[in-house]
Design a protein. Sequence first.
Length: 71
Amino acid sequence: MAERRWHFIPTTAPLCWLYLGVGAVLLVSSILTLTRAETRAPVLSVIAAVAAVALIVTAAIGLARPRLRGR
């Protein structure tokens, strides 16, 4: 039976740039929301910030190592 793998790195460079842009916008939005919060940090904003960092790292790996795209 063939192994099934999850593919995290985008398959093309434009998709990597798209991931990078979306991650940056999401991270900036989350940071602005967290800095404007007067009480405790909103949970969804923290989760969005973590997801944004994951998108940025994934895009950076795809751009830095083209052989890993689509694997």
